[in-house]
Each structure stands twice: as C-alpha cells, then as structure tokens.
Design a binder for this molecule. Structure first.
Ligand code: MG
Length: 399
C-alpha cells in the first residue's frame, strides 16, 4: 500500500501535456520516449494505428454454443450448409471427396471407420475455437475412449480424448500436444458434455534451414490454460519422437476418426498476422526492420504535414524527424522554425501575448527534439524561443 502515492504521482506525470490538441486524444507528439534501434514507435505514439474493432462473440453454455467474434472464419456452425466446407481427408493428389461424417443435432459427428475429415480451406497461424463432446455412453478406456484429435495444418495434433475419469499416458491426454507435451491440468467436463478448446497456433518459422522462431501451441480447455506457449518440436505422433522440420505455411484443419463417434460444434478461427524472420509484430524488431518501419512512418507523417499550414505544419514536419532524420526535411523544419521565431520577435503587446500558448507548445516540442538528440543543443530557433519565453515570463507561469 505504501507504493500508492508514488504510483499516483507517476500517473499524474504521465498525463499528456498537449491534451488540448485534439478532442479525442490518441496520443501526443513529442511526449513519450522516442523510437530507437529496435522500436519503430515512440512510447504512447499517436501515429501508431488504432486496434481494429472486433465485435466479441458470446461464450458457450452446456446447452448451446456461443457466437464467434465478428471477424472469425466460421468452419462449422451446426448446419448442414457448413458441412460443405469439409471433405474426406484423402491422400495428396486424390480428388476432393465428400466426408461421411454427419451433422447430428447441430454437431459434426465422426462416423467410425469413415476416415478423418478436413476443411477445404487451408490456413496457418490462427486462433482456433473448437467444441467437442465424447459419447455420453462410456465405452473403452485409455486411448480407446472418446478419442479424436484437432490437427492444425492437418499435421499437429491437440488430442481429443475422454479423460474425465480415464487415465492414459500423459502426453496422450486430452489437450496434450500429442506425443510431445501433456496438458497442465485436466479441466474436462463429464462425457456427453461439450468441451471448449481455444487454441493459439503458431507454426515454426525457418530461414536458411534454421529455426528462427519455434512454433507454439497455447491451449485453453474450458477456460483453463493447459498449454502455455508450448514449443512445437515437430508434428507430434504415435510412438515416434517428433522430428523438427519445416511445416507447410498453410494446411487444412483436420479432425480425427479414431473409431469413436465424437461430436464437434462451433468451429471457427481467426487468422493471426504472419511473422517474418524480422518478427511480425510492431513491437521490438531487428534494427533493419525498425529502420524500414521508421522510414515508412516518417513518410506518412511528412505526407500528412504537407497538407497542413502554419505552426501545425512546422510541428508535424518536426515530428517526422523523430522517425527519420531526413536532411531535406530537417532543413525545411529549421527554415520554418527560424521564420516562426522571426515572426514572434516582430510582435509585441497583446499580439505577442496571444501567441503565448502556441509558443510554449513549440518550445516544449523543440526541447524534446534537443533532449533526444534529433537536433543539436545549439539549435538556433530553440535558443531564440527559450529567450522569448523567458523574457515574457511565460516560463514562470503554472502549467
Ligand atoms: Mg487422437
């Protein structure tokens, strides 16, 4: 509790000083720590894109499946119509063949000995949602009870098995990455009830034959974390040690026929942004990727600046220097800034006083540029502006 005052103080300090700049603040320029060699964005960067809007879905209950989020690709929604999205899991080169699995009471049900089923659609990195139910009438034991499987890329299996009251080898348990890693917990409901898997799948990324980013499974079973960013050693499999190696970029989602009439419902996925060898997010990147991204951001800011006028234009061009110290832009900013200061010097009395807030804003922004080395400490317009602000006594007023 004794931390609270310090925490409150740091929150206060974090308030934007330019909050008057726009009615809806999406960040403030010349504010947080600037971009660096591996971070293309400033801290709290106003130019960083807003997250896209996704309408959330609803959670499933035992009685009925929930609704997918708005950007999900629905693979099975309980209707016979979505059965068209599936086919028999035939061998490579064989023609597409309808599956013999059936739609029964809103669920896609395995017909034993009919073979695996797979989506016609192929995809790679994703957030996958699958619900499944083992037969209510318990039959068999160990791997023989309610066995199926969810295969990403048609290869990498998250095990489906009725382990509610049914021991088996740990790395073949329900929600195991089969043959590789047991789940962290057994969070299963009773047989006959639907179990919910939420899976984040990242395939491995290879470059010149080397793994530069292992693939991962993160899995929640009925809301309980059961695979925590588990590295993909390889596809996994029965009896044999999995061998790491390049996996296809995309593949179907396949569901296993292991001889049990397991049912599936509410199957959807959301594709995830691809990763490159530089890393696929806008967080920390390699130096080369950061330089490229900073150039891209600077170009956008300069394009935007060109449409502005007056001080807003000056500051927007100056802002672009934070991402890329382009010589032509730097010269333009210095010329603008000199002109700004010259004009300010020509004013007096009420006309100068009317410029107070604007001048203090420009001063703060120049101070930022000096502080982080985007312009030298000897930057003439900044020094001149400091003198004007001081002479007017504006620097002694409360903010
Ligand atoms: Mg299986």
């Amino acid at each position: 509790m004794k931390f609270l005052p310090a925490l409150a103080a740091s929150c206060l300090l974090a308030l934007p000083v330019h909050s008057s700049r726009s009615a809806v603040s999406t960040g403030t320029p010349f504010y947080g720590d600037p971009p660096d060699a591996t971070h293309p964005w400033a801290v709290h960067d106003q130019n960083r894109p807003q997250p896209k809007r996704v309408e959330p879905g609803t959670f499933s209950s035992a009685a009925q499946p929930g609704k997918p989020p708005s950007d999900a690709v629905v693979l099975f929604d309980g209707t016979a119509a979505t059965l068209d999205k599936w086919e028999a899991d035939t061998k490579p080169g064989e023609p597409s063949t309808p599956t013999k699995w059936i739609v029964n009471d809103g669920a896609l049900e395995c017909v034993p000995k009919s073979g695996y089923v797979r989506t016609k659609e192929k995809f790679g990195d994703c957030q996958l949602h699958v619900e499944w139910a083992a037969p209510k009438a318990v039959k068999g034991d160990s791997q023989g009870r309610g066995n199926s499987g969810v295969f990403l890329l048609g290869i990498c299996e998250v095990q489906v098995l009725d382990n509610y009251d049914n021991p088996t080898y740990a790395d073949g348990f329900a929600a195991s990455v089969y043959g590789i890693n047991p789940p962290l917990a057994n969070a299963l409901r009773a047989p006959g009830e639907f179990q919910v898997y939420d899976i984040v799948f990242r395939r491995p990324v290879y470059h010149d034959g080397q793994v530069v980013d292992a693939g991962y499974f993160t899995v929640f079973c009925n809301g309980v974390l059961v695979q925590d960013h588990t590295p993909l050693e390889g596809p996994g499999g029965h009896m044999k040690r999995s061998v790491a190696g390049p996996l296809p970029e995309t593949g179907p989602l396949a569901l296993q026929d292991h001889g049990n009439p397991v049912r599936f419902r509410n199957i959807w996925y959301r594709p995830l942004p691809p990763r490159s060898i530089e890393g696929g997010t806008d967080g920390a990147l390699t130096v080369a990727a950061t330089t490229t991204k900073r150039h891209e951001i600077a170009s956008t800011v300069r394009t935007d600046a060109a449409k502005l006028t007056g001080t807003a234009q000056l500051l927007r061009f100056a802002e672009s220097l934070v991402y890329e110290n382009d010589a032509a832009t730097a010269a333009k900013v210095e010329a603008f800034a000199s002109g700004y200061v010259t004009n300010l010097k020509s004013l007096s009395g009420a006309a100068l006083e009317a410029k107070k807030d604007e001048a203090k804003t420009v001063q703060r922004d120049f101070q930022y540029l000096v502080k982080f080395g985007f312009v030298p400490a000897t930057y003439a317009p900044k020094i001149a502006l400091d003198q004007i602000v001081k002479a007017q006594g504006w620097d002694e007023e409360k903010k």
